[in-house]
Write a protein that binds this ligand. Structure first.
Ligand code: IMP
Ligand code: MG
Length: 177
């Protein structure tokens, strides 16, 4: 595995994102919703870089059984109540946007609960396989293609705890199992 984004570069990006998001949500009620498991590390760093009062929720998305979008089938596990969302400015935090399918579905799911706004922040914006018309409103790094691990991102549940982000070659992926 090769380091793609070292922890020092990640920390710098998180700081920049924190400043932009702080400016964007000045004077507003911000609710951040982290996507487990991949978004946990980015979420915990990012909220500490915000100079704003925030409320925090987490959900898990599983890749089957979405009622409002059967063609992609993303199910929200441990969903957030409508009362918590209604009238709030919501920022979804995840590790990576790839095809865009899971976040398109989750954003639509939240919009049905009457928030003031819903935006998306991902650490990585990976563009080659995007098949939805959606972009993260905020992101740390843009990459075209490749499979990465670390800083919350996993391959078969391994590597999430690594502080740097690595590219993992397809030969490494085969060897791991
Ligand atoms: P989507 O294709 O945008 O719906 O992305 C769904 C999920 O795929 C992400 O939240 C990640 O869990 C996973 N994923 C996509 N690309 C990578 C990667 O390069 N490394 C690890 N997980 C990935
Ligand atoms: Mg994920």
């Amino acid at each position: 595995m090769k380091v793609l984004y070292p922890a020092s570069k990640i920390a710098q990006k998180v700081k920049e994102l924190g400043e932009r998001i702080t400016a964007e949500y000045q004077g507003k009620d911000l609710l951040v919703i982290g996507i487990l498991k991949g978004g946990f590390m980015f979420m915990s760093d990012l909220v500490r870089s915000l100079n704003l009062p925030v409320k925090i929720e987490f959900v898990r998305l599983s890749s089957y059984g979405c009622s409002d979008s059967p063609q992609w089938d993303v199910k929200v596990v441990n969903d957030v109540d409508q009362d918590t969302i209604k009238g709030k400015h919501v920022l979804i935090i995840d590790d990576i946007m790839d095809t865009g399918q899971s976040l398109v579905c989750f954003k639509r799911h939240l919009e049905a609960k009457g928030p003031a706004s819903v935006k998306i922040c991902t650490m990585i914006n990976k563009t080659a396989r995007r098949d939805q018309s959606i972009e993260p409103d905020f992101y740390g790094f843009k990459m075209e293609d490749g499979f990465i691990v670390g800083y919350g991102l996993d391959y078969a549940e391994d590597y999430r705890a690594l502080p740097d982000i690595y590219v993992i070659e397809s030969s490494d992926r085969r060897n791991a199992h």
